[in-house]
Design a protein around this ligand. Sequence first.
Ligand code: GLV
Length: 327
Amino acid sequence: MRPKIYITRKIPEKALIILEQQFDIEMWQEQETPVPYDILKKKVENIDGLFCLLTENIDKELLDHATKLKIVSNMAVGYNNIDVDAASEKEIMVTNTPGVLTETTADLTFGLLMATSRRLIEASNYLKEDLWKTWSPMQLTGQDIYGSTLGIVGLGRIGQAVAKRAQGFNMRVIYHNRTRKRGLEKDLQVEYVELDNLLKQSDFVCVLTPYTPNTHHLIGKEELKKMKETAILINTSRGGTIDESALQQALEKNWIWGAGLDVFENEPIDSNHPLVGLSNVVTLPHIGSASIATRTKMATLAADNLMKGLNGELPDYLVNNEVFHLK
Ligand code: GLV
């Protein structure tokens, strides 16, 4: 009997081929709709491995339905969609896909920073909507990037990759992280500051921290009030790190100048979301890692993690290491 796995969305062929060699596969066939929670809850009853995306809520209730599940392989670096403690309790491995998406996500973060500060989307629409009648001195003017101060909240892999890009723009880079990373400061030319100082000094605040109970609404009303009136907030981490209604207020009352958001607290959002309607905001549908090459690498890495886990090998990116040692 080959082990059974369930895949919660159509995945790139390259990843599927790896899994087909060894496993009996069932896959949710709709590209643009996630598998409903109740269906997934039924599916987990009888599988050995689960390949899922960040759209799936793998909570305790769902895990409690599993009878022989050994591994949950998440095709994402963030795994806040999974109750890791509940999985560990049931000795179920949880894996993620860090590393392969670092540069692609840093590119998007920097791109979003540029699009927001120089009003690229608004300017493009201005032309498309035939509003461009003449060149004029202050038309569609934004904020300078070159020589400005960038504050990075969360100096993990992606934060470091963003800091490297900032050097090309002669930016002063300050950072805040749960633990200071002295060993990186010289090479990356970054300076550690407390969050308060980062908010006060930065022209751009980039949130790149994982989403945990400790980082829930890390940026709220108080924090936004500390930022410069000319500052721009960029979020490519998880929506929950920012209090969206406080951000809406900050943008409407011009406490800050603008925001570039790739992530939202309850995804997907639609065009009725209050932040989408604001002219000083650039909103994207969670595309941080969305290059063809990177999404393919993430899928193959998730497949490899799953395969190793089910073959009794240590998966390359196991989140709850203790579970492997229990086996
Ligand atoms: C995407 O947001 C990821 O966590 O990989």
